[in-house]
Design a protein around this ligand. Sequence first.
Ligand code: SF4
Length: 137
Amino acid sequence: MESERSPSCSRCAYWAMVRPNEGSCRRHGPCSGTAADPIAHWPHSRGDQWCGEFVAAGGAPLLTGCAECRFWRHTEDGLQPVDRGDRVAAWWGLAGLCCRCAPVPTEDPGPRVYWPATHITDRCGDGDRIARRTTMD
Ligand code: SF4
């Protein structure tokens, strides 16, 4: 029998609703990769789906945003990528790099690592609060 504690994305602490029965799963942060100027996009799920990492809303305190995460690197001017991808200039102006993940080895020689851009208002369940933010200066 379903209760308020039964797993469902709509009742999960890591789920950010974007419209009724649709939201993004913020359980994990993005990882580094070898493609230039990556942007973090969190997968969407329906509110009636669920997974084994469900935590009832209120049970996992999330940061208010990447701005207070010790893994977020930024400058006052945000980021100026060569390719803005699907984000407008104003979004990049409040973006920084999520540097939570170390690079992983690849099969190809000489890869360069790129950390994904996140917005100051993004957040995830892998974030870790700091008193003073690290900058790229
Ligand atoms: S909260 Fe921290 S770990 Fe999560 S996306 Fe933002 S910078 Fe990355």
